[in-house]
Design a protein around this ligand. Sequence first.
Ligand SMILES: NC(=O)c1ccc[n+]([C@@H]2O[C@H](COP(=O)([O-])OP(=O)(O)OC[C@H]3O[C@@H](n4cnc5c(N)ncnc54)[C@H](O)[C@@H]3O)[C@@H](O)[C@H]2O)c1
Ligand SMILES: O=C(O)C1=N[C@H](C(=O)O)CCC1
Length: 250
Amino acid sequence: MSKLRVAVLGAKGRIGSEAVKAVRAAEDMELVAALGRHDSLDVLASSRAQVAVELTTPDSVMTNLEYCVGHGIHAVVGTTGWNDERLASLGGWLEDSPETGVLIAPNFSLGAVLTMKFAQMAAPYFESAEVVELHHPDKVDAPSGTAQRTAQLIAEARRAADSAPMPDATAKALEGARGADVDGVPVHAVRLRGLLAHQEVLLGGEGETLTVRHDSLHHISFMPGILLGVRRVVRTPGLTFGLEHFLDLG
Ligand SMILES: NC(=O)c1ccc[n+]([C@@H]2O[C@H](COP(=O)([O-])OP(=O)(O)OC[C@H]3O[C@@H](n4cnc5c(N)ncnc54)[C@H](O)[C@@H]3O)[C@@H](O)[C@H]2O)c1
Ligand SMILES: O=C(O)C1=N[C@H](C(=O)O)CCC1
């Protein structure tokens, strides 16, 4: 069976350099290109890449994806910065290239995907829910893509259950003290040397709390998800948002 021809964009970055190693080590894949910020995207076409693993920065990801989708190159995207406007642009490009698949995964680690799932399941059963994400201080965006997605899933689950508004008597606060409001869910971001990527979902009800915590301690934690994404995206046209769609989580 022929190997999947894979390119990595952001190949010199923290996660990109780990992805280069993971693709090289995968028996069913061939690393055909490893692009940095100043490399031409035309290397993707000339190297006949079938899948691009996009691990760059929020200011680069859209240009890269427009090129990939326009050239029928499937993409597995870990880069953050997604909003409705960006998703609509991507949707338009995919309409013009209906056989191309794009996976956007706010988090590739299994534990983080499960954290989001558990938070979504638990949210309707508690009065209060807040998200705390903790990352290394070189991260350029806040709150994390994972925390934003987690908050959206909590909000969707609470809406579906017709939950009452969360109790919060705060009448006076320093700006930022209650975190960012993501779809009505407070999200707090910590940046601390020594950390990599961590998240706690705090849920509270009368007389009890539930905390769901996940820790990525090394970038290797994201690799099985990236490789799974590469294998699945080539047979999944259109946009898939979230690695959970490629996992059998019930
Ligand atoms: N989804 C996940 O599981 C996951 C996990 C870790 C990081 N991330 C995200 O991945 C992104 C990268 O994170 P990082 O910590 O590796 O950052 P980083 O700054 O270490 O790496 C980004 C790399 O991309 C390069 N780059 C920028 N523009 C480029 C372009 N046009 N073409 C090719 N390369 C380009 C930069 O020079 C840099 O080397 C961030 O958005 C981060 O939040 C996602
Ligand atoms: O280190 C990062 O940067 C990470 N980014 C993603 C996010 O913003 O959720 C995933 C976790 C690590």
